[in-house]
Write a new protein. Structure first.
Ligand SMILES: [Zn+2]
Length: 254
């Protein structure tokens, strides 16, 4: 299968709070990036959409579920007719009510927005319930994060939710097994690599952030820009994170 770049966005706003600033993009930059895709002949497709005979397929995704996905990103996507996916942290939703969990980093979507997005053809995926580091959770808590977010979303939008993205991109073999058991068909990581496979539980995505110039955005989209250094760092860090989890487990048993 041909490699398909999958873009990963977070917040789309001017003047973001410090916690989301680096990973956010301004509405102006976002609109320029979407226009560039059109200008360069890209065809934004659904995550699981067919790509055979599609010229320059590319996928657009958003993590966390910021309110500005509805106010800023959706109108731009609609104006170009682009499909996209938003991975929602269910406990962070603005009107999560008794299900509220975790610490939202900014103004978040409301259920009404999520439903409206789903009705307008935006794919809704899960992003855990409270946005924990999944690889650091015990099996029970891990399962709860994965199942609860999927069930809440399915109940909220009245359609199946089969995709999820790992908070912080953190996963491990154990987390990926739990994701499969929790009923997801596909899961997305952050690895700044172009997806040569679009199925399984570690599909790579490309980070677009505030420091991404339009020129580097083009290189990312064209797949010419590989982040070898970052990739190496991510792999080394995964080993550290796994030892940390095992160490904690060992301490608990003592
Ligand atoms: Zn996130």
């Amino acid at each position: 299968m041909a490699a398909v770049p999958i873009l990963m966005y977070h917040s789309v706003r001017d003047d973001p709070p410090p916690d989301t600033a680096a990973l956010s993009v301004s509405p102006g930059a976002f609109a320029d990036q979407m226009a560039l895709l059109k200008e360069k002949g890209f065809t934004p497709v659904r995550l699981s959409g067919p790509v055979e005979d599609v010229p320059k397929p590319i996928c657009i995704t958003f993590d966390d579920g910021y309110a500005d996905f509805h106010s800023e990103a959706m109108p731009v996507l609609a104006s170009f007719g682009y499909p996209a996916t938003v991975f929602v942290t269910t406990g962070w939703l603005d009107d999560a009510g008794p299900d509220a969990a975790g610490r939202p980093l900014d103004a978040m979507l409301r259920w009404g927005h999520v439903r409206e997005a789903a009705e307008e053809g935006i794919e809704i995926g899960a992003h855990s319930h409270s946005h924990p580091q999944l690889d650091q959770l015990e099996d029970g808590a891990l399962r709860d994060e994965l199942v609860r977010s999927r069930l809440l979303l399915e109940d909220g939008i009245q359609r199946p939710v089969t995709t999820m993205a790992y908070p912080y991109g953190y996963s491990s073999a154990r987390v990926r097994r739990a994701v499969a058991q929790a009923g997801y068909a596909t899961a997305y990581v952050v690895s700044n690599d172009v997806a040569s496979h679009r199925s399984g539980y570690a599909v790579p995505r490309l980070t677009v952030q505030r420091s991404t110039s339009l020129a580097s955005f083009e290189r990312i989209a064209e797949g010419a820009h590989r982040f070898y250094r970052e990739k190496a760092l991510t792999k080394g860090y995964a080993v550290v994170r796994r030892s940390r989890y095992l160490y904690r487990q060992a301490m608990r048993r003592d």
